[in-house]
Design a protein around this ligand. Structure first.
Ligand code: HEM
Ligand SMILES: *[C@@H]1O[C@H](CO)[C@@H](O)[C@H](O)[C@H]1NC(C)=O
Ligand SMILES: *[C@@H]1O[C@H](CO)[C@@H](O)[C@H](O)[C@H]1NC(C)=O
Ligand SMILES: *[C@@H]1O[C@H](CO)[C@@H](O)[C@H](O)[C@H]1NC(C)=O
Ligand SMILES: *[C@@H]1O[C@H](CO)[C@@H](O)[C@H](O)[C@H]1NC(C)=O
Length: 327
């Protein structure tokens, strides 16, 4: 017998626990046929306003899906009794363009209220960001539900630091059934977007506590980075993650081969033998990269928590429900 005090929780769970149907393409074909089209328009409009928003939106998929599955938990604002993921170590002062997802959600709520989850919007948006940056297009599986909670601690524990090395990243990705090849292909997202000086000063001036720079950085590239990010300078200044940060292409891998990776976690993919072969392959063959990237994004999008969910009305807050008042 459940103790009486647990009853409100049980009721809450019954109220929202709908067995999650399998994800599938064209999930909203009948219930919101314009959904994918409308999300793409919002991403496009925002890119015209600010090109970097594409990269920022793309990154949200990784940070949502690795922490308890692709459930929109990333998008929840903190509340007085829940510390969410936005202020976690990897996300604070770093993740951005949440308002682009809000805009897509508002648009869809205007057309088909209560139908399209924030978790799905994020998956569509991450794909659209790639397409609109000159990358591949693919069909996304949909039908996710939005989480009822979020965990700052889980995000802190899971999300990798820019200092991470390839062997750590291989092990981390394996926990999500993602291979070394998936790791390298998905890191190719860094073909677009920017990173902060805060994320690289250690490797410019004190790699692994040696008091020396990372020896894997090309000397001329390092001079440029030193100018961008002087010792003791503004950690919020940003630089491109590859030489063409607005184009989704395989330049990122060519840069890694030339010691021109921005992040330590990027450059180490070339330093380390098990991942180097894929960096070489993707640098040489753009189509191999695009194919592996799409496969990786689909696998990343398949991660699910199995927990009960809902279709949020506002991506930043869980829907209010009467049972809340009992608690
Ligand atoms: C392999 C492990 C990864 C690490 C350690 C990592 C780390 C980082 C870091 C440190 C930044 C710059 C943040 C800042 O300085 O504020 C960044 C940016 C970015 N990351 Fe990753 N990342 C990884 C994998 C991924 C994956 C799998 C994706 C997408 C599928 C992704 C997409 C992006 C994008 C698009 C940006 C640029 C965002 C912007 O310009 O706002 N990253 N990442
Ligand atoms: C990679 O990082 C892990 C964890 O931070 C560390 O234990 C390991 O020694 C590093 N490996 C190499 C080859 O530097
Ligand atoms: C990885 O695959 C195994 C075997 O198919 C499965 O049991 C496990 O739940 C998967 N893990 C994740 C995080 O998807
Ligand atoms: C470099 O890092 C080591 C270990 O973290 C630290 O003890 C040392 O003070 C740092 N040196 C500089 C110049 O910041
Ligand atoms: C970057 O800017 C934010 C917000 O203005 C500030 O709180 C933070 O301390 C800055 N971070 C760094 C590394 O300088």
């Amino acid at each position: 017998m459940a103790p009486i005090a647990l009853l409100p929780f049980l009721i809450l769970n019954l109220a929202v626990a709908t067995a999650a149907p399998p994800l599938r393409p064209r999930f909203y074909e009948k219930t919101c046929p314009e959904a994918e089209h409308l999300v793409r328009d919002v991403i496009k409009k925002n890119m015209e306003r600010e090109p970097r928003s594409a990269a920022s939106v793309n990154r949200l998929q990784f940070h949502d899906c690795f922490v308890n599955g692709c459930d929109g938990s990333l998008l929840l604002d903190d509340t007085s009794n829940m510390l969410g993921e936005k202020l976690s170590l990897s996300n604070i002062n770093s993740l951005r363009s949440y308002e682009v997802i809000d805009e897509a959600k508002e648009t869809l709520e205007g057309v088909c209220p209560g139908v399209v989850s924030c978790a799905d919007i994020l998956i569509m948006a991450a794909r659209d960001a790639v397409v609109l940056s000159g990358g591949p297009d693919w069909e996304v599986k949909l039908g996710r539900q939005d989480s009822l909670t979020a965990s700052q601690k889980d995000a802190d524990d899971i999300m990798p630091s820019p200092r991470a090395n390839a062997s750590y990243l291989i092990d981390l990705f394996r926990k999500f059934n993602l291979s070394a090849k998936d790791l390298v292909a998905l890191s190719g997202s860094h073909s677009i977007g920017k990173g902060r000086c805060f994320s690289i000063v250690f490797r410019l001036y004190n790699q692994s506590g040696t008091g020396r720079p990372d020896p894997a950085i090309d000397p001329i590239f390092r001079e440029n980075l030193d100018k961008l990010c002087p010792r003791g300078g503004d950690g919020n200044v940003t630089g491109g993650l590859d030489a063409t940060p607005e184009r989704f292409d395989n330049q990122y891998f060519k840069d890694l081969m030339n010691g021109r990776g921005f992040l330590n976690s990027d450059q180490t993919l070339f330093t380390y033998p098990k991942t180097r072969q894929y960096v070489r392959l993707f640098a040489r063959n753009r189509d191999e990269f695009l194919k592996a990237f799409v496969e990786g994004m689909i696998k990343l999008g398949d991660l699910q928590s199995g927990r009960p969910g809902e279709i949020r009305q506002n991506c930043r807050v869980v829907n209010s429900r009467p049972v809340d008042e009992l608690m």
